[in-house]
Design a protein around this ligand. Structure first.
Ligand code: B16
Ligand code: MG
Length: 219
């Protein structure tokens, strides 16, 4: 039985990874080095401060900044990132996602957002998606990052669903592990090679229905 679908945000519902990357790369340039797209991959699904550590390590600057300076650098990156986010429109919702959310909800199944991002609410509002979620749990409410299951367990609790009836949609390996540690089934979204632990894989939501999900996952 599936009673609740929990969605990661970046890489599943919208593709904000390129904005994160552009903002980190600009910060790196200010600090005097290039942060490449390949290096940027490692920041996906990772919290803001942990991402900063990845960027600083790429420039050989780990351990160079005090906690207060790191906070300032992260704030600078976030201000730049929010400039991109403030331009987002519903056209940036990934193909098929809105239709799938409507389909899920029409079956009486709850929809929850479970994201590491502290900007998740702003992004949902920009993209007109807020009304399609029964609950939103984001980086403001979670203290332990994926692969810790906290974000998904809080999401399930917010709609009073047992983990065994939840399915998590994730594009990052850490998120798939978090789902499994929460006792939930998972769908690995996109072409990432590191999602083999997911209960099933899904290239795109375009044309995907709740009935197909139930058939594949509830056998
Ligand atoms: P923020 P997700 C994650 O979102 C992003 O994948 C990751 O790149 C980012 O560092 C993290 O959110 C924190 O984002 O700086 O906006 O709080 O994939 O968990 O939806
Ligand atoms: Mg993600």
């Amino acid at each position: 039985m599936i009673d609740c679908c929990i969605f990661d945000l970046d890489g599943v519902v919208v593709d904000t990874a390129r904005y994160h990357y552009l903002a980190w790369a600009a910060l790196a340039r200010e600090l005097g080095f290039e942060f490449t797209p390949v290096q940027g991959e490692a920041t996906k699904g990772v919290s803001r401060m942990a991402s900063l550590e990845i960027v600083l390590r790429a420039g050989g600057l780990e351990g160079r900044f005090s906690a207060a300076e790191r906070e300032r650098l992260a704030a600078e990156k976030n201000a730049r990132y929010l400039r991109f986010v403030s331009q987002m429109t519903p056209a940036e919702v990934l193909p098929g996602v809105a239709a799938f959310l409507h389909d899920v909800r029409s079956r009486g199944v709850r929809t929850v957002l479970g994201s590491a991002s502290k900007n998740a609410g702003t992004i949902l509002d920009r993209c007109g998606l807020r009304p399609l979620f029964d609950a939103v749990v984001d980086g403001n409410e979670v203290s332990r990052a994926k692969p810790d299951p906290e974000v998904f367990l809080k999401g399930a609790a917010a709609v009073d669903a047992a983990p065994s009836v939840c399915v998590v949609f994730e594009d990052a390996a850490a998120g798939i592990e978090a789902a499994s540690r929460a006792g939930m089934r998972s769908v690995g979204v996109g072409g990432g090679a590191s999602l083999s632990a997911a209960t099933m894989r899904l290239e795109t939501f375009a044309g995907f229905t709740f009935e197909q999900l139930a058939m594949k996952i509830d056998r």
